[in-house]
Write a protein that binds this ligand. Structure first.
Ligand code: SF4
Length: 225
């Protein structure tokens, strides 16, 4: 069964439009320097805090007040017990959203095909050509496959964290044009926040405000096909 490093009993922001519980799974195969959850990336820096049974018990008790469960990380698809855990969540009848970095398309496809997840939020961090140098990912084609699967099945969305100095309008345009299925409805930009970045150097960067995100989103409208 999964090891839950964190559990947020009620969230209004992790699944837009829904009241959800959020479970955090530790371990990640990427090293995004702007990552806000360094304790979840390095398993040695965290410990399981709540058991899967404890999470399931809470979900059964509060089923009526929840619209869904968000499974996030770290990278949740690395957790060996994920499929079994989600099957038990589905017995409770709760919709599930999976947050993923997209590195394991076979896991995401299986979860979608078996209807164990209802929505996927897949990260699209930068042009695929930069994944190796930027986030230590050697197989960006896997990310491309996950993004394609989510877009094809229309079950979820793609999200990009806009980092100052990196995500210029030109770079974002290059990213958008690489996936013709991306549009203003399924591609969400979110602003970088300094504070607890995996690479402390990134904590010197300024926050990207909602106003800047709105401006960039507007600028990108012409890039979506
Ligand atoms: S941002 Fe996500 S993919 Fe990147 S290191 Fe952090 S948990 Fe892993």
């Amino acid at each position: 069964m999964i090891e839950c490093t964190g559990f947020n009993k009620v969230s209004l922001v992790d699944w837009p439009g829904r009241v959800s519980a959020v479970v955090f799974l530790r371990g990640c195969n990427f090293r995004c320097p702007w990552c806000q959850n360094p304790d979840l990336v390095e398993p040695s820096r965290s410990a399981p805090l709540v058991t899967a049974d404890g999470v399931l018990q809470y979900l059964r008790q509060r089923r009526a007040m929840l619209d869904g469960l968000v499974v996030t990380g770290g990278e949740p698809t690395l957790s060996p017990g994920l499929t079994a855990f989600l099957a038990l969540v589905k017995e409770i009848g709760l919709p599930v959203k999976l947050d993923t970095n997209g590195s394991r398309p076979e896991v995401v496809r299986e979860l979608l095909d078996r209807r164990l997840v209802d929505a996927v939020a897949v990260d699209y961090k930068a042009p695929l050509r930069l994944y190796g140098s930027l986030v230590s990912c050697d197989n960006p084609e896997n990310v491309a496959a996950t993004i394609a699967a989510v877009l094809r099945q229309k079950r979820g969305y793609v999200r990009t964290t806009v980092v100052p100095g990196l995500h210029t309008p030109e770079l974002l345009t290059e990213m958008v044009k690489a996936f013709p299925g991306l549009n203003a409805g399924n591609h969400r930009l979110q602003g970088f926040r300094p504070g607890t970045c995996l690479n402390p150097e990134y904590n010197r960067l300024p926050q990207v405000t909602p106003h800047e995100i709105a401006r960039l989103s507007k600028e990108l409208q012409g890039a979506y096909l």
